[in-house]
Design a protein around this ligand. Structure first.
Ligand code: PEP
Length: 252
């Protein structure tokens, strides 16, 4: 089974969210793959209602949380508020959070802990910039980002997902080759295995993200150690998102 997640970033308000669910071909749920959508926080309630019974198989998450449970943090959303609004997952450390908003590894550590405290499944995003790739620093960067989030994973058997998203491939039309994705995923899997044992590490889905589209989804998802995809732009259109789900083929 693959995990196919859509990050809507700062797109699709409540009205458009209702339209997405109305137009989404729910027969793709019969493929048996796991689907997750990350609407903007203001659209989460609309997504929760629009999803209804018919498409209950689609998980919902938020794109970011604060590490504190409550307080004077204007504009932020805490993990308990997100969970109360219907979120089951939280993206943490997305490259836009890290590179546009200056989020640090220390903050991702605290956010992963907050998500886990409140029953949200963290989807940790890691990835190198183009300069870091050119300098041969891919493994160093992604392992540093993963290590920051591992925290108490070794003592608690809670669900956890990782998304490898090379920064240079996000929203640029550039995609990592299946071999590049596979190599980075193998590096991450090996570290997870050291941290929590091979059996548990094999149960942590590692998704690839970065300009995934219906045309390239199949070969990326067929790559070794790629357990699914995190899709930005192409997840905004219900037809292309459904096409990506179909590209995953039959669950392995
Ligand atoms: C993302 O936002 O996580 C992403 C991968 O975006 P895109 O698919 O548009 O590159």
């Amino acid at each position: 089974m693959a995990v196919i997640a859509g990050n809507w970033k700062m797109h699709l308000g409540p009205h458009e969210t209702r339209g997405f669910f109305k137009d989404f071909d729910t027969s793709v749920l019969e493929t048996g793959h796991e689907l997750i959508l990350f609407p903007s926080t203001a659209s989460l309630g609309a997504a929760f209602l629009a999803r209804g019974e018919a498409v209950k198989g689609i998980g919902l998450g938020v794109q970011n949380i604060h590490w504190e449970d409550a307080g004077a943090f204007t504009g932020e959303t805490s993990a308990p508020i997100a969970a109360n609004a219907g979120a089951e997952f939280a993206l943490i450390g997305h490259s836009e959070r890290r590179h546009v908003f200056g989020e640090t590894d220390e903050e991702t550590t605290r956010k992963v802990a907050a998500a886990r405290r409140h029953g949200l499944v963290p989807v940790l995003c890691v990835g190198e910039t183009l300069a870091e790739r050119r300098a041969g620093r891919v493994d160093e960067v992604i392992l540093r980002q993963l290590d920051a989030a591992l925290g108490d994973l070794d003592v608690e058997d809670k669900r956890f997902l990782v998304a490898y998203e090379p920064v240079w491939a996000i929203g640029t039309g550039e995609t990592a080759t299946p071999d590049d994705a596979s190599a980075a995923h193998a590096t991450l899997r090996a570290r997870l295995s050291d941290a929590v044992g091979a059996e548990r590490a094999s149960r942590v889905p590692i998704l690839y993200g970065g300009s995934v589209k219906p045309e390239n989804a199949e070969e990326l998802m067929a790559a070794e150690n790629v357990d699914g995809v995190l899709v930005g732009g192409a997840s905004l259109d219900p037809v292309s998102f459904a096409a990506i789900v179909r590209a995953a083929g039959k669950p392995r």
